[in-house]
Design a protein around this ligand. Sequence first.
Ligand SMILES: [Cu+2]
Length: 110
Amino acid sequence: MKKFVLLLLLTSSPAFAHAKLVGYDPAANASVKSPTMIKLKFSESLEPAFSTASLSDSAGKILPVPKSVGGATITLLPIGLKPGAYHVNWQAVGHDTHKLSGSFVFKVIP
Ligand SMILES: [Cu+2]
């Protein structure tokens, strides 16, 4: 029981507060060849039921792309993206149930 309480104290400490986006590939505003994987890495493990990302084209149309949430990573697996600008919109919920969201843009070049 003591161990359980200690764990709760540790995980609710501000140092572990939010599931922040700490890295992503492609990078924001990057120009890349048609990627087959988009990876978003967060500062802590995500709650898969409430964490997601979507990919939309420059017209704002959401593209059907397979996605998975595992540990602290959200992965999108696009196929055959044509040259143009794309938006990645993400929403992440960590164990403290705080929701963060954001977006970034990258460009596919021929
Ligand atoms: Cu938080």
